[in-house]
Design a protein around this ligand. Structure first.
Ligand SMILES: [Zn+2]
Length: 231
């Protein structure tokens, strides 16, 4: 769509892009959020801790090597602003931005060493059709750009599940039971897999997906990375 560049330039001139968090106008190298807002998003540092609070959530639910969340997530926070825009306001490329940020910062810590492929959390096809995209595909793409790791889609969501927010802990666990299946376990056998999701709240969705992956491919080793985690 090269011929549309002049039109995008004109729009940028009339409506200069602004930071989705602080509304400052963005420099030409910035997209969606300014460097200051990105650098002050609260890092968890969980990847440096054994049995961090993410790993505590999953311990005993399914076998995994390690789990971490990149940032702390809370309602009304700058990160929640970006995640809301990513999920509900048709800004899928915010997923690439956040995925690249997480990928770059964790890469230098060795978090990705030994990983063979990235598997994004799937979304039921009806929900994806309504939204137009699955935001975790974009997060996975951002991580892939930062790390060079391939993205694979062997996990599918076979049923939709109710929005989790109105449910209790036990309801969430039963709500996510049986919603995932594996399309092709041969691409997972013997591999180190990085399961990626946007925000971990109770961990019920990840536990359900993790159980299905490790059940279908018992020889795989599972690692987990989410952009945000509630605390
Ligand atoms: Zn900003």
């Amino acid at each position: 769509m090269k011929h549309l560049h002049w039109f995008a330039d004109l729009l940028n001139f009339i409506f200069p892009p602004r930071c989705h968090v602080c509304n400052a106008s963005l420099a030409s190298h910035e997209k969606f959020a300014c460097s200051h807002c990105l650098s002050t998003l609260p890092r968890t540092g969980y990847h440096r801790r054994r049995l961090n609070p993410m790993e505590e959530r999953f311990a005993g639910h399914f076998p995994f090597v390690k789990a971490t969340a990149f940032l702390f997530y809370s309602k009304g926070s700058p990160l929640s602003q970006l995640i809301q825009d990513l999920k509900y306001r048709n800004f899928p490329d915010i997923g690439i931005l956040l995925g690249e940020l997480a990928g770059k910062e964790l890469f230098s810590t060795g978090f990705f060493s030994g990983i063979d492929l990235i598997v994004p959390m799937p979304m039921h096809f009806l929900k994806e059709a309504r939204r137009g995209y699955n935001q975790t595909h974009f997060i996975a793409e951002g991580i892939s750009r930062a790390t060079g790791l391939p993205v694979s889609y062997p996990l599918i969501a076979t049923k939709g599940h109710k929005t989790q927010t109105s449910l209790s802990q036990e309801e969430r666990l039963s709500n996510t039971k049986g919603i995932f299946s594996i399309k092709d376990s041969s691409q997972l056998d013997g591999k180190d897999i990085l399961l990626v999701d946007d925000v971990c709240t109770t961990g019920a969705t990840i536990s359900s997906a993790g159980s299905v992956i490790t059940g279908a491919a018992p020889t795989c080793r599972l690692h987990i990375l989410t952009i945000g985690v509630t605390f």
